[in-house]
Ligand binder design. Sequence first.
Ligand code: CA2
Length: 151
Amino acid sequence: MPVIAVVNGPNLDRLGTREPGIYGTETLADVELRCRDAGSAVGLDTRFFQSNGEGALVDHLHDLVGAVDGLVINAAAYTHTSVAIRDALQVLDVPFVEVHISNVHARESFRHTSYLSDIAAGVIVGCGTQGYEFAIQRLARLVHGDAAKDE
Ligand code: CA2
């Protein structure tokens, strides 16, 4: 079965503990469980990683080279700053979908810039934690070679 990774960046380990109006009430463990179910429903095995460190995220993306067929990433604040994560995604060289729980375009202007979007296979913002499920469904199409159905 093809394998995908779901990678989350800084502070997302605190999901469900505060700011429910922006990020919802689910914990990261809840989201991961839902991703696992969404993955098995579309024939994907799912791995998870979260870190608050930019270097740890880069190292993990390197570890995934040759081990995964696709990726869902919410790089959180590093989305708006990190050339290093962008470069690591290019090294990894598998289709990835960028997810943001909140609608970053309706928030501060510094959140409107992404270092990842132009090299992403897709971008999902403002759909809450359901965005991860949408991303997995899209990756399934890409990984199974069925994306042409949507074009
Ligand atoms: O909307 C998203 O998913 C973000 O990637 C979340 C990041 C933010 O920096 C991005 O601009 C948009 C922040 C994650 C913070 O997570 C928290 C979780 C619980 C409580 C407070 C923050």
